[in-house]
Design a protein around this ligand. Structure first.
Ligand code: ZN
Length: 199
């Protein structure tokens, strides 16, 4: 089975048809196979279990999964059958998400020197009990980071451009936009692509 096809992204909706995350086609098929999810046909909104999906004809040129016994369309969108939770509101605290929240911008001088010239600054330095979390970490350029050193911003006479907060977005943001499928657009409104800058 071609691994490239199986690693293509599949959008995951919760039972209220809100986009909550993405996964790989491989995992999506696994969820559908066990009954934990159903596949949505984006053109008709019909939902399918594993067998009825496998029965759908694969059109010429359409990406598909082929085994000895059958050929199956790649699931683009699945809906979970059990999980009723609402979309996660707080993004995972990660380096990538922090760069995203701060838009690759130094939070002291507003410079955008490029990601390799930016680093994560602990507003309250770690040596003084500052934690690694959304509200105590910001991006800083090499110059500002060096200037601030092991001090509080006010001790260094520096000001944050904005108060760092935990950004609220859905995990759909985990997928690079270049990989978003056209068929997802009707399930995910544009606001999901916007990172709020203010609380
Ligand atoms: Zn700076």
């Amino acid at each position: 089975m071609p691994t490239a096809v199986l690693s293509t992204p599949t959008l995951v909706l919760n039972r209220s048809w809100s986009a909550i995350t993405t996964t790989t086609a491989r995992k999506a098929i696994g969820l559908v196979y066990t009954g934990a999810a159903r596949i949505i046909r984006p053109d008709t909104y019909e939902t399918h279990g594993f067998d009825s999906w496998a029965d759908l004809a694969v059109e010429d040129g359409e990406p598909s999964i082929r085994t000895v016994s059958f050929e199956m369309r790649i699931p683009e969108v699945i809906v979970l059958t059990h999980y009723t939770g609402m979309p996660t509101q707080e993004a995972t605290f990660s380096r990538r998400n922090l760069y995203r929240r701060d838009r690759n911008t130094c939070q002291y001088c507003g410079g955008r020197p490029g990601t390799s010239e930016l680093s994560i600054d602990h507003v309250v330095p770690r040596s003084r009990g500052g934690l690694s979390n959304w509200v105590n970490c910001v991006l800083a350029c090499v110059g500002c980071n060096g200037r601030k050193a092991n001090r509080l911003p006010k001790e260094a006479r520096m000001h944050l451009l904005r108060t760092p907060i935990a950004p609220r977005w859905t995990p759909i943001m985990e997928v690079p936009i270049a990989r978003v499928r056209q068929s997802w657009r009707k399930f995910v409104s544009d606001r999901y692509w916007e990172v709020p800058l203010e609380p």
